[in-house]
Every structure is written in structure tokens, then in C-alpha cells.
Design a protein around this ligand. Structure first.
Ligand code: 4AD
Ligand code: MG
Length: 480
């Protein structure tokens, strides 16, 4: 007897083959038809029991949510809903699910709001939508590793706990083992971090970039793929306090090559998913269409999910300098319905998400790479251009998502870097190791960070970033 996953059995044409399957009951009809799901696919396997010869007490325990073990024979199904089914010869309840209690959970077979599903994040993976999203997420992470490993990038694990703020934005979660109600103090009343476990102030990392740079300048081309943390109090559908970031870093690579890499990488992983997650994507596309019908016209997606993914694959990302983008925004007419209020007064302003959305969704109607941003609105490590006021930065903007990638060519000149750090009051002592990379064999190098959840959002068409990560971390929420 073969112990197989539902995904394989549904594809099989080995009729009369005996199978042993374990999974969870999704539905039970007419005291005969069990829809069994084992997580391997979106689809359920119909298992038909001979109820006349099955113990009544056992039948009573075949409830939605229960874990069961089924042995039986693969046959052609008489029903129109499925090609094959299992004629059950042996059934065992492995874990009961009390129907009265199930009714109170999201396992009950009716439509639940997304908020309700989030409250039961430990159960929502058993629903069709989350099962599909989580399978796509898992395959996407595999595709990320495959892309880089196939191209001889080395995977580097950068620290989670760190003493530096890579982005200089001060959006860090502090880490300490001190009793914060009664911390050791200095004479001036400030907290004495020398008494801390690490002997200094530390935080959860906001980005592994600076450490990845040190590795790129030894291994040539590397990437990170790990959790990052930001204490930005942004209650949006695009922000998490804990998210996963992919950060490649490449020596002897300039900004143009960095853009090429980012575009090629994104297209590769999307292509991979289109090939390997067909069923789940089709289901998610249908789901998005259904959701859209409930929305006002202006908020509906203008393309089917699969068409959108193919569109991104088949078209070049539009590359535009920040200065050109500002000109476009200045010349844009304000939207009558005030959906976008995108008038930008001055060169130098940071782009708001409505500006980004205008450029991507209204003006270019395709993914956009914006580059050469004003130095003042970007991080300290970006390479200064010859004009002395812009830096070799790039952001990739996606329809419906906004910024999906942030990257740059790094400032490799020790003197220019030091000057910039002084300007921003970043003490050299704190980043002495980073400065060393510019002292010993410095070179042109570049990299970028891609927010993994934003990629999963784009790929699955999910509207809220909280619904593409198993256990979302957002303000006022750390139940699990
Ligand atoms: O643009 P960011 O801040 O860039 C960096 O951290 C660089 N050190 C990356 C690098 O060059 N190695 O963040 C990179 C990406 C963003 O484009 C976005 O996709 C994602 O990380 N991101 C978030 N995703 C979810 N929730 C948040 N709060 C995010 N903040 C950034
Ligand atoms: Mg950014």
C-alpha cells in the first residue's frame, strides 16, 4: 500500500491501487462523502465510505476539522466534481473535532472576515485561501534560493541582534536583558548599558546590508534572506514590524548592473511560481475577482492576477530618474476625484505612496525603477553622484504594492563616506568595521533589499500584508 499525498493521488491513473492517506476532514456529506485535505494541494480528495457497514459511532466522529486516517482503493469517480476518488476500506479517527466547538472557529464552513481569520492565525492555514498563500510563499522562498545558488551567490546569515542601525532611521526595537523597571543608571541618570548583556545598546536588525557588504567584499556575490524588524508605527496594508528581507550584495557591480539583477531576479521567481503553483494561483486569481466584485470600481484590479504576473514577466521595467519623475508629477493634472493628490512642489521632496502609485499605475502602467534620488532623503551609505546632490539609489515600484525593492550602489570612497557620516552625526567608532572595508581593497559594489512579504502580496494578489505572513507582527498585536 502506498502512503501518498493527496496532490499525487489526484494526478494518478493507477486505478485499483491501494492507498493510505492521513489528513483533515473539510466536509462530510450524506454520511458517505468525506472531502479530505492533507495540505499538499488546494484540492480535496473525495473518500467514499460504505456507511451501511461502518460503525455508527465512528460515522458520528467524522466531523469537519477532525484528523483521520483512510485506507482504500483508487477508483474513477462517478461524480462530475472529481476525476478520481477513494473507496474506503478502513477508516480511523486520529484526532476528534467537536462540532459545537468547531462552530465557534474559522474552521466552520462559512465565509469569515479577514479580521476574524487573523485572530485565529493558528487555524487559518487550514482554509483554502491561506493554504494557497502559504504554499506559494514556501515555493517563492525556494525560488529565491534557487535563483542565487544557481548563479553562485553565497547565502550569508547576518546578525539579528546588532549594535548598528543600518538605515539610520532610528526605527529599532531595543534588545536588553536588563530589568527596565529598575535599570542600572549612570551618574547623570541615563541608563548604564555597560551593565547590559552585550555591554552596549543593541537592537533587532533593520537590515543585514552593512554586514552583507563585508561578505561581498570577500566572497564576491552574496545574499541574505532573513527576518528584519522595524518599529515604525505605520498601520498600513504594506507594513509589518517583523518582515523578511532578501538582500543580495555584489562586488564590482554598479547601479545599472544592480537594476539588471533586481529585474532579472523578480522575473525569475514570478516565472517559477507560475510554473510550479498553477492550481493555487488560479484559485487566488478567482478569489481576487470575487473580492473585486464587492469593491467600488476605482479600487478594483484592472487585470486578472495571472495576466498581471505574465505582464510583469514580459515587459521591461521602466527606468526613470527621480528628477524626470518629479517633472512628470509636476505636469500631472490633479485627479478630479482627489484619489491621487500628487502635485509635488519641489525637487528634493520624498515621494509619498500616492506619487509612486501615480507613476506606476496611471503614468507608465508598468513596474518602474526610480534612480538617482536626492542625497538628503536617502541613507548614508549610498554613492554620491558627480552632481554632489543625488545618490546612486534605486527603488522598484510595483502596481498595487508601491515600493517593493530599495537598493543602491554603495559609497566606496573612504573620505566621502566619512564626510557623510560626520554630516549625519554617525560616530566612526560605531562603524569602524564598516569603514575598514573601504580601507582594505575597496571597490565599486551594489545591492538591494526586497521585502519578501510585498513580493508574496504581489504574487498572490492579497490586499493586506498581514495575510501573507504566518503570524503577523503589527502594532498592538503579538498574540502568538
Ligand atoms: O528600502 P529599505 O528600507 O532598504 C533597506 O533596508 C536597504 N538596506 C536594502 C539594501 O540595499 N540591502 O527596505 C527594503 C525593502 C523595501 O523596498 C520594502 O519592500 C521592504 O524592504 N520593507 C518592508 N516590508 C514590510 N514592512 C515594512 N515595514 C517594510 N519596510 C521595508
Ligand atoms: Mg526604501
Amino acid at each position: 500500500m502506498i502512503q501518498a499525498k493527496v496532490a499525487e493521488i489526484l494526478e494518478s491513473d493507477q486505478f485499483l491501487q491501494e492507498h493510505h492517506i492521513k489528513g483533515w476532514v473539510r466536509s462530510f456529506r450524506s454520511n458517505r462523502f468525506i472531502a479530505l485535505n492533507d495540505g499538499s494541494t488546494l484540492k480535496n480528495l473525495q473518500c467514499v465510505i460504505d456507511f451501511e457497514n461502518t460503525d455508527e459511532d465512528l460515522i458520528k466522529r467524522i466531523n469537519v476539522g477532525a484528523a483521520i486516517s483512510v485506507k482504500g482503493t483508487l477508483i474513477e469517480s462517478q461524480g462530475s466534481q472529481q476525476r478520481v476518488e477513494i473507496e474506503v476500506t478502513d477508516l480511523e479517527i486520529l484526532g476528534d473535532a467537536n462540532p459545537e466547538e468547531v462552530k465557534l472557529t474559522i474552521l466552520s464552513p462559512k465565509k469569515h472576515s479577514m479580521e476574524k481569520l487573523r485572530e485565529q492565525a493558528h487555524l487559518r492555514v487550514r482554509t483554502n485561501t491561506f493554504g494557497a498563500v502559504m504554499r506559494v510563499r514556501s515555493r517563492l522562498s525556494f525560488a529565491v534560493h534557487k535563483y542565487f545558488q544557481d548563479r553562485n551567490f553565497y547565502y550569508v546569515n547576518t546578525p539579528i541582534i546588532t549594535g548598528s542601525d543600518a538605515e539610520g532611521a532610528g526605527e529599532m526595537f531595543k534588545v536588553t536583558n536588563m530589568d527596565l523597571k529598575n535599570p542600572p543608571k549612570n551618574e547623570d541618570g541615563s541608563i548604564n548599558y555597560k551593565e547590559d548583556f552585550f555591554g552596549k545598546e543593541t537592537n533587532l536588525t533593520v537590515s543585514g546590508q552593512l554586514e552583507a557588504e563585508t561578505f561581498a567584499l570577500g566572497l564576491g556575490q552574496v545574499y541574505t534572506f532573513g527576518p528584519t524588524f522595524r518599529a515604525e508605527n505605520s498601520n498600513t496594508s504594506r507594513h509589518l514590524a517583523e518582515f523578511w528581507m532578501i538582500e543580495p550584495e555584489v562586488a564590482f557591480c554598479d547601479l545599472d548592473q544592480n537594476m539588471d539583477l533586481a529585474e532579472d531576479f523578480i522575473k525569475y521567481v514570478l516565472k517559477y511560481i507560475l510554473k510550479h503553483c498553477k492550481d493555487d494561483l488560479e484559485f487566488l486569481a478567482q478569489r481576487q475577482e470575487n473580492e473585486d466584485k464587492l469593491k467600488p470600481k476605482a479600487e478594483r484590479s484592472d487585470m486578472n492576477l495571472l495576466d498581471k504576473l505574465n505582464f510583469v514577466l514580459e515587459n521591461n521595467f521602466k527606468r526613470v530618474s527621480y528628477t524626470e519623475a518629479i517633472e512628470i508629477l509636476k505636469n500631472s493634472k490633479p485627479n478630479k476625484k482627489k484619489k491621487f493628490n500628487y502635485i509635488i512642489e519641489e525637487w528634493g521632496a520624498d515621494l509619498q505612496s500616492e506619487h509612486e502609485r501615480y507613476l506606476v499605475e496611471k503614468h507608465f502602467k508598468c513596474p518602474v525603477i526610480l534612480f538617482d534620488y536626492p542625497a538628503d532623503i536617502k541613507a548614508f551609505y549610498m554613492r554620491l553622484n558627480e552632481d554632489g546632490k543625488t545618490v546612486r539609489a534605486m527603488d522598484i515600484l510595483f502596481p498595487g504594492i508601491g515600493e517593493i525593492v530599495g537598493g543602491s550602489q554603495r559609497e566606496e570612497r573612504l573620505d566621502v563616506l566619512k564626510e557623510k557620516m560626520a554630516e549625519l552625526d554617525i560616530p566612526e567608532e560605531e562603524l569602524w568595521w564598516y569603514l575598514d572595508t573601504r580601507k582594505f581593497g575597496t571597490c565599486v559594489h551594489s545591492g538591494f533589499g526586497l521585502g519578501f512579504e510585498r513580493l508574496v502580496q504581489f504574487t498572490t494578489g492579497m490586499g493586506n500584508i498581514r495575510d501573507v505572513i504566518p503570524f503577523p507582527r503589527t502594532p498592538q498585536n503579538a498574540e502568538f
